[in-house]
Design a protein around this ligand. Structure first.
Ligand code: DAK
Length: 255
């Protein structure tokens, strides 16, 4: 299958899923999220033994959920968008082989959430990551409120989510958000995925599943709350203002 905004390639047992929408810094609109879901299904049918997830172009891994799509969302559509995004992140987390994110540039909001749904993260020198949703008058919507604290701990996750601070790859590494910082994230991630693909597949899959089971206490409850929270914020003054300000390239005036 082929998709407009996602590319899936194979090199022996390793598949590479590239979000390919560089004109919008690979931001995740509905079409792209649906294409990622389908690409994951295809990779699973082909029994790949490891997956690399990355972004097309020089600047971004994924700059976030698509702000121009979210700007006018009503509550019902926001809930559906959150369900779709959660479905994609859960599918990566449950993918029956390890996924390595090659963070080759900006990974903000939904982009960082996509990377966090992967098993491992390799970041390129110069990459910036963060959960800047607060600046748009919303909350992380694709799992960030649950997965970020699991990776970096409660205190630092709160700082990042409450302030929207964007941090560089080295800082992300210091806090355990990425496993390594390298000159070329895509080639290092492919190399790492190749190593994982040569491991005993059933054992690796069992280890992945066991670790997934231990992650997060009431993850389901937290994720459900996160979906409702965003749906509740859709249409609020601050959400409309925050996203309009981004699209109009000006500072927001929050209530
Ligand atoms: N969405 C849509 N378009 C985006 C985008 C995004 N997230 N990020 C960048 N673009 C577009 C820009 O509008 C611009 O389009 P044109 O003007 O050329 O048409 C193009 O990509 C290039 O961007 P810039 O001109 O801004 O490039 P710069 O190099 O100057 O800046 C930047 C790059 C990444 C620093 C900047 O673009 C930026 O700050 N982008 C926004 C980053 C961000 O705030 N990301 C988080 C998005 S919010 C939920 C679901 C999801 C979410 C929350 C709730 N529910 C349903 C529960 C998640 C939210 C997010 O992810």
């Amino acid at each position: 299958m082929t998709w407009e905004t996602v590319d899936l390639t194979h090199d022996e047992a390793v598949a590479t899923l590239t979000v390919d929408r560089p004109e919008a810094l690979n931001s995740l609109n509905v079409e792209t999220l649906e294409a990622i879901e389908e690409a994951l299904e295809e990779a699973e049918r082909e029994s790949v033994r490891a997956l690399v997830v990355t972004g097309a172009g020089e600047k971004a891994f994924v700059a976030g959920a698509d702000i121009s799509y979210m700007a006018e969302l009503g509550s019902q559509e926001a809930q559906e968008y959150a369900e779709l995004g959660h479905g994609v992140m859960d599918a990566i987390e449950a993918f029956p082989a390890p996924a390595v994110a090659a963070i080759n540039g900006y990974a903000f909001g939904g982009g960082l959430e996509l990377a966090m749904a992967c098993d491992l993260r390799v970041a390129e020198e110069g990459a910036l990551v963060g959960q800047p949703e607060i600046d748009l008058g919303v909350v992380p919507g694709f799992g960030g409120t649950q997965r970020l604290p699991e990776l970096v701990g409660d205190e630092y996750a709160r700082r990042l989510i409450y302030t929207g601070e964007r941090i560089d790859a080295e800082t992300a590494h210091e806090h355990g958000l990425v496993g390594e910082v390298v000159e070329d994230a895509k080639s290092r991630a492919s190399e790492l995925a190749g190593e994982l693909a040569s491991q005993p597949a059933f054992a690796l899959r069992a280890a992945k599943e066991a670790i997934n089971r231990s992650a997060g206490g009431d993850r389901e409850g937290g994720l459900a709350f996160e979906r409702r929270a965003f749906a509740g914020l859709a249409g609020s003054h601050d959400q409309r203002e925050g996203m309009a300000a981004f699209l109009e390239d000006r500072e927001p005036e929050f209530e």
